[in-house]
Design a protein around this ligand. Structure first.
Ligand code: NAP
Length: 458
């Protein structure tokens, strides 16, 4: 198999790479293991200095990597620059806070366990394999790597096959920042080569961000090896709008929430569940804005929505929309695949969705919004939860009782009230149900790949 950068705006192959051979993989595993033995003994101050330098290097090379991401997977250049800037912020966040997050936690009353002192000491696990997707090719990796490296782990990145240049940039970035060889390495390998790496005794744990199928495969192999995993999988986030909400703000945020990253975000709002009293007004304003977006060259700063990242990705979206329309969904805008080069798909709004349509249960990874009409907050919760996913969720209301209902009852790893669901280094990020398990970011994220060692001293 070949790993290739293909420009999704044109279909042109930019660069190809041969996957690593078995011997090359072995060399990298051995180096990662050796590096861990050194890295785990470095001080937080040393690691923080390297991490802050990595942030500085990334800031200095922002334009270069933004252009690579736009060329490789089609995100708009404006979004690519913002992603790189966010990564630098996350690096600085963990440089500053890792030591505090992993400080010893003494038991308040050690005499209760017949000890003079008892505490938790957080220690790194070892070499962690990160299997990552192409949609935020820098951010998904950095939100794993910044805490993992600050904790004293070493990382092996198996990135998605369509973003090899971003994958190589990441390895170079950490080296240039001063992290010793082997602390962070990119493995240019296909998904079939993951099992061998994961089963290697020198690999302690794995994290995967991607589809449910990939997550199931990696988790079952890791389970067989009794290795810790964190899974960040798909989502079909609900975005509930109630009559008391600020409708203009809800509409503006709804559009951003659906088309960010050309519609390819796990925490994009995908199902808009709107109260009957404001449904028509919401649908009209939302559809008008979706129709008005500029679709085109992602390298152009005026573009709102670029192409989908892969030909297969667009095919998947076309199939889901076709299935829905055949079963009676109404298309309020979009829905037609354009002619011409590139894997463009227009912002699309569907309504009259019924449970027999695939879109009701499956994730649509493209700029396609579904509108559902409901007559109460309870019905909104029922529809929102009628999915196997549970990643993010949003509720728009100015009513305190409704707010409490949504906060308590929405089955998701996060609920945002009157705002855009987004990840931040300060907030835990992750899902429930088939959106995965474990948390990234915040103090919880850095502890996922640590041994919470119980220390008991007489
Ligand atoms: P994907 O096909 O699962 O790919 C993700 C990564 O897994 C790639 O590196 C891929 O490698 C690898 N992979 C695929 N199958 C594998 C297998 N059987 N064993 C080991 N590795 C395997 O995901 P995608 O469709 O490109 O990405 C979109 C999905 O990711 C969506 O469902 C989206 O919601 C989800 N996502 C979730 C989050 C989150 O934080 N929860 C964030 C972003 C995206 P190859 O490229 O070589 O196949």
């Amino acid at each position: 198999m070949t790993l290739a950068s293909v420009n999704p705006a044109t279909g042109e192959t930019l660069k190809t790479f041969a996957p690593l051979t078995a011997d090359e993989i072995e060399d990298r595993l051995a180096l990662a293991d050796r590096a861990f033995q050194e890295h785990r003994r470095t001080t937080f101050a040393t690691r923080a200095a390297w991490m802050n330098t990595a942030a500085d290097v990334l800031d200095a090379r922002r334009e270069e990597i933004a252009q690579v991401m736009t060329a490789e997977m089609g995100k708009t250049i404006v979004a690519a620059r913002a992603e790189a800037a966010k990564c630098a912020r996350a690096m600085r966040f963990y440089a500053e806070h890792a030591e505090g997050f992993l400080a010893d936690e003494p038991l308040a009353d050690p005499s209760a366990v017949d000890a003079k002192t008892a505490m938790i000491r957080w220690q790194p696990l070892g070499v962690v394999l990160a299997v990552m997707p192409w949609n935020f090719p820098l951010w998904q990796v950095v939100r794993f790597a910044a805490p993992a490296l600050m904790a004293g782990n070493t990382g092996l990145l198996k990135h998605a096959s369509n973003v090899p240049q971003t994958a190589l940039f990441l390895e170079e970035l950490y080296r240039e920042a001063g992290f010793p060889p082997g602390c962070f390495q990119t493995l240019l390998i296909g998904s079939k080569q993951v099992e061998g790496v994961l089963r290697d005794p020198r690999v302690a744990a794995a994290t995967l961000t991607g589809s449910e199928a990939a997550g199931r495969s990696v988790a079952s192999i890791a389970g067989d090896e009794v290795k810790k995993t964190v899974l960040e999988l798909g989502g079909s986030d609900a975005f509930v709008v109630m009559p008391s909400a600020d409708l203009d703000a809800a509409v503006a945020t709804a559009v951003t929430a659906r088309v960010q990253n050309n519609g390819q975000s796990c925490i994009a709002a995908k199902r808009f569940i709107v109260h009957d009293a404001v449904f028509d007004a919401f649908a009209d304003a939302f559809t008008a804005r979706m129709r008005g977006l500029t679709v085109g060259d992602p390298a152009d700063e005026a573009t709102d929505v670029g192409p989908l990242a892969t030909e297969q990705g667009r095919e998947d979206v076309v199939e889901l929309v076709t299935d829905a329309v055949r079963a009676g969904a109404t298309v309020l805008c979009g829905g037609e695949t354009p002619d011409g080069p590139g894997w463009f798909y227009p912002p699309t709004v569907l309504t009259d969705i019924t449970p027999d349509m695939r879109v009701f249960t499956e994730e649509v990874f493209g700029p396609v919004a579904q509108l559902y009409r409901v007559s109460s907050a309870e019905e909104a919760v029922r529809i929102a939860n009628a999915t196997t996913f549970g990643l993010g969720s949003a509720a728009w209301t100015d009513d305190a009782d409704e707010r409490d209902l949504f906060v308590d009852e929405l089955e998701a790893g996060a609920v945002f009230v009157n705002g855009l669901v987004a990840s931040s280094p300060q907030l835990p990020f992750g899902g429930v149900k088939r959106s995965g398990y474990g948390r990234e970011l915040s103090a919880l994220g850095i502890r996922e790949f640590c041994n919470a060692k119980t220390v008991w001293l007489a």
